[in-house]
Design a protein around this ligand. Sequence first.
Ligand SMILES: [Zn+2]
Length: 114
Amino acid sequence: MHELSVCQSIISQVLEVAKQNKAKSVFKISLQIGPLSGVEASLLEAAFPIACAGTIAENAKLETELLPIKVRCQICGNENEAKINHLLCSACNSWQTELISGDEMLLRSIELDK
Ligand SMILES: [Zn+2]
């Protein structure tokens, strides 16, 4: 399962931050997920308890937020939000757009118990 390995890499980042801050446990982990990141939020949430079992993040609450897809037009320079299979410029209807957000997955915040 792809989401489990994604989860494990998030948890290892979280545990690293927790260690640096000498935390006793992790309260909450907030993630931002782009629709084009290839990560399914519901699968990630399902994999989360497995990935953090036995760590100080075991009882942490996982929050996921879906990021918008944004494109920049290479013809007119306009930036707008776009739909997953419809990456059009809203100003000039050009298909020649580049993705500027929506394919990333970010660790947004971590709440620690010190
Ligand atoms: Zn345009």
